[in-house]
Design a binder for this molecule. Structure first.
Ligand SMILES: Cc1cc2nc3c(=O)[nH]c(=O)nc-3n(C[C@H](O)[C@H](O)[C@H](O)COP(=O)(O)OP(=O)(O)OC[C@H]3O[C@@H](n4cnc5c(N)ncnc54)[C@H](O)[C@@H]3O)c2cc1C
Length: 429
C-alpha cells in the first residue's frame, strides 16, 4: 500500500462537508490541511435545522411544484421567493430545474438521492465511534405533520416513501399527542420516520469534529483560497497571504465553489437557495424534529431552545439577509404548538446559503481534466445529512479504491458535454 502520509491534501471549505472529508482523509493516513476564510463552520453549516433527513429521497424538481409556484411567488414572505434583482441570474438554474421534472430524470435523481441517504447515518456512526463522539447524534426519529391534507393524499405520500424503502409509519392525532404532547391538537396526522436523527447543536457538531481533526495533527488555515494552479507536482493553492502546495485538492466550498472552479474551465449551474432560522429560548417540550408539510418549515429541539427553520430565497450569496423572512416563521410555530407557546419570540435570527444544483444532487467526484482535484459540493437541503457519506466517498476516490456506491450520478459532467465522467474504479456493490 502507498504511504499516504507523504501525500498532502488541501481541503477548501470548513463546513460540514469539508470537515467530514478532512477527518476521513486524515484517518486514511493523508496529511490534511483545511482552509476557510471565515473560520470553522461559519457558512451554511452553522445554523441549519440539525435534521439528519435520510427520508428526503424526493428531488425538489417535481411537476407538482408548478401548480403551487404562482401563489408561492406572490407571497413575499412565503416559502419561496425570488429577489427580482436576481431573477435574470437565477433563470438558467430554473430552466434546468424544469427540465429535471421529466419523469425518467426525476426517478433517476430520486434513486441517486436514496443511494446517498441510505448510507448517511451509518457513515456518521462509523465516523463518530472512531472518536467516541456518538453522543453528537440524537436518534429519536422525526415527524412530518399535517393539519388539513386529506387522509387519501397522506396515504399516497406514505406509499411513495415506503416504495423507496423509507422506514415510516402513519400516526393519527391521538398517537401524535402521545409522542409529542406539546404539539397543537389541530394536527390530524403525522408520518413518523423512525431511522432519522438530529443534532442538538449543528454548529458545535461541526466544531467538535474539526477540533478532533486538529487534535490529531490536522492543520487548519484561516485563509481565503483565491485560485488553484497546476504545479509541477500537484497543485498550488493561492491564498490571500501565502501560497500552499498540495498533491490533491478537495473543493468543499459550498455555495462559493462555482467561482473557485470556473477559472479551471468548469461551468456549473450552482446557485444558492438561501434559508432562514429563528431561535426560540425554550424548546417547548419537543423531543424530535417536527416538520409541517403544509407550512413548509421545521422545528428542531436544540440545547439552546427550539430552532424553527426553512424557506427558500433566490438572491445570491452577496445580498444581506431579510430578517422579515426569518420572523415570518414565528406565526407558523405558534400555530403548531400548544397554547402555552403563545408568547414565543425570536432570540436570534440567521440566514445561510444552501449550495444547490437544479437536480437536487451534489457534485462528488474527480475533476475530469484535473487529476487530483476532487469536487464535494452542492448538497442543497441535505448537507448535514450527507456529510459523513461524502467524506467516505471522497476518501475512497483519493485512495483509488472502489466507492461504496456508484458515484456516476454525482459527476460534474452531467452539466457539461465536454467533461467526460471517468469512473475508472468500480463501486463496491
Ligand atoms: C435554514 C437551513 C436549514 C437547513 N437544515 C438542514 C437540515 O436539517 N439537514 C441537512 O442535512 N441540511 C440542512 N441544511 C443544508 C445544510 O446546512 C447545507 O447543505 C450544508 O451546510 C452545506 O455544507 P457545506 O460544507 O457544503 O457548505 P458551508 O457550510 O457553506 O461551508 C462552505 C465553507 O467554505 C468556505 N469558503 C468558501 N469559499 C472559500 C474560499 N475561496 N477559500 C476558503 N474558504 C472558502 C466558506 O467560508 C464556508 O465556511 C439547511 C440549510 C439551511 C439554510
Amino acid at each position: 500500500m502507498a504511504d499516504q502520509s507523504t501525500q498532502h491534501i488541501g481541503v477548501i471549505g470548513a463546513g460540514v462537508i469539508g470537515i467530514c472529508c478532512a477527518l476521513n482523509l486524515q484517518r486514511a493516513g493523508f496529511a490534511v490541511t483545511l482552509y476557510d476564510e471565515n473560520g470553522l463552520a461559519q457558512g451554511c453549516s452553522k445554523g441549519n435545522a440539525g435534521h439528519f433527513a435520510t427520508e428526503q429521497v424526493f428531488p425538489l424538481a417535481h411537476a407538482s411544484v408548478l401548480k403551487k409556484l404562482p401563489s408561492m411567488l406572490l407571497n413575499p414572505l412565503g416559502p419561496l421567493r425570488i429577489d427580482w434583482r436576481y431573477a435574470i441570474k437565477a433563470l438558467p438554474w430554473f430552466w434546468l430545474f424544469l427540465k429535471n421534472m421529466n419523469n425518467n430524470t426525476y426517478t433517476a435523481n430520486s434513486l441517486a438521492l436514496k443511494a446517498l441517504n441510505q448510507h448517511a447515518i451509518s457513515a456518521y456512526d462509523q465516523l463518530l465511534s472512531n472518536y467516541n463522539l456518538d453522543y453528537l447524534i440524537t436518534k429519536k426519529g422525526s415527524l412530518l405533520t399535517f393539519e388539513k391534507t386529506p387522509l387519501e393524499q397522506i396515504n399516497s405520500l406514505l406509499e411513495s416513501y415506503q416504495a423507496h424503502g423509507v422506514n415510516v409509519e402513519l400516526l393519527n392525532a391521538e398517537r401524535v399527542q402521545q409522542l409529542e404532547p406539546n404539539l397543537a391538537s389541530t394536527i390530524t396526522h403525522a408520518l413518523l420516520f423512525n431511522d432519522v436523527a438530529h443534532s442538538v447543536d449543528p454548529h458545535l457538531f461541526c466544531v467538535t469534529l474539526a477540533e478532533q481533526f486538529i487534535a490529531l495533527g490536522g492543520q487548519f488555515c484561516h485563509q481565503k483560497v483565491t485560485a488553484i494552479e497546476q504545479a509541477e507536482h500537484g497543485y498550488t493553492l493561492v491564498g490571500e497571504q501565502q501560497q500552499f502546495a498540495a498533491d490533491k485538492v478537495i473543493i468543499a466550498a459550498g455555495a462559493w465553489s462555482k467561482s473557485l472552479i470556473k477559472p479551471l474551465g468548469y461551468k456549473i449551474p450552482l446557485d444558492t437557495e438561501r434559508g432562514y432560522h429563528c431561535m426560540l429560548a425554550s424548546n417547548y417540550g419537543l423531543s424530535r424534529p417536527v416538520a409541517s408539510a403544509e407550512r413548509s418549515f421545521i422545528m428542531t429541539p436544540m440545547s439552546q431552545g427550539l430552532r424553527i427553520a426553512g424557506t427558500v430565497e433566490f438572491a445570491g450569496t452577496q445580498r444581506k439577509m431579510n430578517n422579515k423572512r426569518a420572523l415570518a416563521l414565528l406565526p407558523h410555530a405558534k400555530a403548531m404548538l400548544k397554547k402555552s407557546a403563545t408568547s414565543l419570540h425570536a432570540q436570534n435570527t440567521w440566514m445561510g446559503c444552501r449550495p444547490s444544483l437544479p437536480d437536487s444532487l451534489p457534485v462528488i467526484g474527480e475533476a475530469p481534466f484535473h487529476p487530483g482535484i476532487f469536487f464535494a459540493f452542492g448538497h442543497q437541503h441535505l448537507g448535514l445529512t450527507q456529510g459523513a457519506v461524502t467524506g467516505e466517498l471522497i476518501t475512497s476516490l483519493c485512495l483509488k479504491r472502489p466507492t461504496k456506491i456508484d458515484i456516476k450520478p454525482y459527476c460534474i459532467s452531467r452539466f457539461s458535454t465536454q467533461a467526460a465522467c471517468s469512473s475508472p474504479i468500480p463501486h463496491a456493490q
